[in-house]
Ligand binder design. Sequence first.
Ligand SMILES: O=C1O[C@H](COP(=O)(O)O)[C@@H](O)[C@H](O)[C@H]1O
Length: 242
Amino acid sequence: MTKIVEVLPDLEALIDRALAIVLDKLNAAVTERGIGTIALAGGSTPKPLYEKLAAQSLPWDKIHVFWGDERYVPADHPDSNQRMARLAWLDRVEIPASNVHPMATNEADPAIAAQTHAAELQAFFQVKATEFPAFDVILLGIGDDAHTASLFPHTDALRVDDRLVTVGSKDGQPRITFTVPLINHAQTVIFMVAGASKQSALAQIFAPVADDMTYPSRLIAPQGDLWWLLDQSAGQNFKNEG
Ligand SMILES: O=C1O[C@H](COP(=O)(O)O)[C@@H](O)[C@H](O)[C@H]1O
């Protein structure tokens, strides 16, 4: 793993840096393999990135978009991660519908939805049930509680290591989430972290010793590049490294 930490002056600079890395990695993947794969973060931080991606001229027919986690709400619900990315980006570009791979949230049992999405990933990447595919890019955020994707502190999802996708839990409400080993097989993981409310979580995530179950973002250590892009408010106690 190559870890790079960059503290950017503000959110706009952070988003511009993330955009540059995403474009570089997706274009390189398309050049090398004819296809680029990205998994999106939800929440509020990446929305301006998605709006900027909507203005780019990528080879959309060669880009495949997934989500790293999803709230267990209908696709048109205001909390839906899919909805946010569609409105900000995907509905505004000529990407084929078959290149967009949301997590379904309409099963009565979220475990079935997780299994279904895992099967879709296995079929798409042509991997066996025991293998983990390597996304070109996985975007992540963190919560004030140091969760990432829908891997929340002290939940069973943190220990799942035999599947691609599992059921997370926030305050007793189900979520669908990539597992730690799936995220860690990525070529590039980009954390985007903005705002002073993330300072104490970051301190624990970067601490030499702390409990991974309490601060789940500590579990992320991809085989490829790990980018931590922090705005000045979040990263005022950090220096650029890597
Ligand atoms: O619930 C979620 O929160 C995190 C962080 O969101 P933010 O609003 O603080 O940017 C996000 O990364 C995750 O995908 C989402 O489901």
